[in-house]
Design a protein around this ligand. Structure first.
Ligand SMILES: [Zn+2]
Length: 255
């Protein structure tokens, strides 16, 4: 892809449409019936034939992925959290190559290291935002997490599995689904005679409003942020009302 992949601040996976150019490459390899033997860091000029049994397994994997890929569509429905409002990203938005979004002369950037160039914002899936709102009664605000985010506006961890594949220029859809190293090639997998199968990782690419495993993973990540936020609010009430109670009847009203 020619531009940087942008990741959801809530769940840590891609906010781009499902794409898999490497699956196209795999089709080409299978059509040719052979592949170039991988060396340590590149492919050699020597070729090897693909075993028919392995070829059948790889063809089945392509079919299996095609059957489920529409379930990734939720990833493409995103919103911007700005300091003033939450905005659904629709077709009228122009997205630049570096996490910037522009519409009707409003310009936001979702990457923390570019926040000084425009209005700051965070990007997340609409489903992820709704999940926190519905299950944790929490509406994400930039201020709550700003100092916890890295330059790319991501939290330190989204769970062991997701962390391996998150934050790269391209989201490694296929390697994620297969649960293999994010730096891979089909030549390498063929050469290792590795059979391909959709792994349990696929749960984390499913809509968290529909997939319980993904829901649990995300709520666990955000639970700690919520607790901290509640503590802070409590502290504010304590300091402002209990230590310095207002003289008028306001105190009673608030309680
Ligand atoms: Zn998300």
């Amino acid at each position: 892809m020619g531009y940087t992949d942008i990741y959801c601040v809530i769940c840590g996976t891609s906010t781009h449409k499902y794409y898999s150019s490497n699956l196209e490459d795999l089709k080409t390899l299978l059509d040719q019936g052979k592949y170039r033997i991988p060396l340590k860091s590149k492919l050699s000029k020597k070729e090897k034939e693909i075993e028919p049994k392995l070829a059948d397994n790889y063809k089945k994997f392509i079919k299996d992925i095609n059957k489920v890929k529409s379930k990734f569509n939720w990833c493409n429905k995103t919103c911007l959290i700005t300091d003033k409002k939450v905005i659904k990203i629709d077709n009228k938005f122009y997205q630049d190559d570096n996490g910037g979004f522009e519409k009707e002369s409003e310009y936001y950037n979702t990457l923390k290291y570019l926040w000084d160039t425009s209005d700051r914002a965070l990007i997340c899936h609409q489903s992820c935002y709704k999940l926190l709102e519905k299950k944790s009664n929490y509406k994400l605000k930039i201020d709550d997490v700003a100092n916890k985010l890295n330059d790319k506006s991501l939290l330190k961890s989204y769970g062991k599995i997701v962390d391996k594949y998150t934050g790269h220029q391209d989201f490694k859809w296929i390697w994620f689904i297969l649960n293999v190293s994010p730096f891979n090639s089909f030549e390498r997998l063929l050469n290792d005679k590795k059979k391909l199968k959709i792994s349990k990782n696929i749960d984390f690419l499913m809509d968290p409003l529909k997939n319980k495993n993904n829901e649990n993973r995300i709520l666990k990540i955000w639970k700690s942020y919520n607790t901290k936020k509640k503590k802070r609010e409590y502290q504010w009430v304590y300091q402002n009302l209990f230590l310095h109670p207002p003289k008028v009847g306001l105190f009673i009203d608030i309680i």
